[in-house]
Ligand binder design. Structure first.
Ligand SMILES: C[S@@+](CC[C@H](N)C(=O)[O-])C[C@H]1O[C@@H](n2cnc3c(N)ncnc32)[C@H](O)[C@@H]1O
Length: 303
């Protein structure tokens, strides 16, 4: 990655040539982003909270029963914030973290006492070291949206889950659910499209994960005997406008492709967009950013 010119990868090269990037280009693009920005997801996601004060990791962690010995797999665990929350809630869970980014896994390993979780560098499409029926809860926080092909990922989740096991994932919610989110999205994508016009028509991952109904249909096809629900929530953060804009933009993979100067201009526009004009009298301008989130939950149907 060239810090001055934004991120270039086989994936962005395909977009420049107006071609559909293949799965290998997607993996290499994501690996490059995470190699240079390990831990970036949690900077924004752990700060944003819902009306009950929970961040999205905490909301997702609620689906794990507090029963000693419960075997939990955090799929695409990144830098490990969810595993840390789970460990703090119950140190007697059996925790496993999987990710394809060695840089993210290295961070995850440092935040938990040695030996309390096992970690594997694997692609979610092939969890070969994890046995059939060996996991009680599979969690996936903000990563299912990036995975393509998605079919083998869902098949692997089904394979490793025990008969009574459950699967829950945190993904993007409907844009209209959060105030000004569509404007934030459109501003960032407008800047990115000035450089890469087809970014947005082509995006990371399988688009079916981003729609509430399409997600439900897709997952129900792999888990026909289960109860599949998708619940929408909104998480927000407030703070100095420049910091909020930086954190919010940092959450959009698209923003990593912007050249430094374009990114700087975009951040100024974003600060203006998110500013809370009614908080006068303070020299530091305050802003608020809200994100829509969906929590997918797959549980065995009652017999
Ligand atoms: C947005 S980050 C989320 C990380 C973490 N779950 C969190 O929320 O803080 C996405 C993570 O998914 C991982 N990832 C993306 N596609 C993957 C795949 N096919 N297999 C394994 N990991 C993948 C990336 O390496 C990255 O760590």
């Amino acid at each position: 990655m060239n810090k001055n010119d934004g991120l270039n990868s086989a994936w962005t090269d395909s977009l420049t040539r107006n071609q559909q990037p293949d799965d290998t280009a997607l993996l290499s693009h994501l690996r490059t982003v995470h190699q240079h920005n390990a831990g970036f997801t949690e900077m924004c996601a752990s700060t944003c909270r819902d009306e009950e004060g929970r961040n999205s990791y905490e909301w997702l962690a609620e689906v794990v029963p507090s029963v000693n010995g419960t075997r939990v797999l955090d799929l695409a665990c990144g830098s490990g914030p969810l595993l840390e929350i789970l460990y703090d809630r119950n140190s007697n869970l059996q925790l496993t973290g999987v990710d394809m980014s060695p840089e993210e896994l290295a961070l995850a390993k440092t935040r938990l006492p040695k030996g309390v979780a096992q970690f594997f560098e694997l692609k979610a499409q092939d969890l070969n070291v994890i046995s059939d029926n060996s996991i009680d809860v599979v969690l996936c926080h903000w990563a299912l949206t990036l995975m393509n092909p998605i079919g083998p990922v869902l098949d692997e989740i089904r394979r490793v889950l025990s008969t009574e096991g459950r699967f829950a994932a945190l993904v993007d919610g409907p844009m209209s659910a959060a105030s000004r989110y569509t404007e934030v999205h459109d501003l960032i994508y407008k800047c990115v499209q000035a450089e890469l016009p087809s970014y947005g028509q082509v995006d990371l991952g399988d688009p079916r994960i981003r729609g509430t109904d399409s997600l439900n249909h897709l997952v129900s096809a792999t888990f026909p005997d289960a109860e599949v629900t998708v619940k929408t929530n909104v998480v927000s953060m407030e703070g100095p406008a420049t910091e909020v804009a930086e954190l919010a933009a940092g959450f959009f993979y698209a923003a990593f492709t912007l050249p430094t100067e374009v990114r700087r201009t975009m951040l100024l526009e974003l600060s203006d967009l998110l500013a809370l004009s009614n908080l006068g009298g303070d020299s530091v301008r305050q802003a608020r950013f809200s994100m829509p989130i969906n929590r997918l939950l797959v549980v065995p149907s009652p017999k």
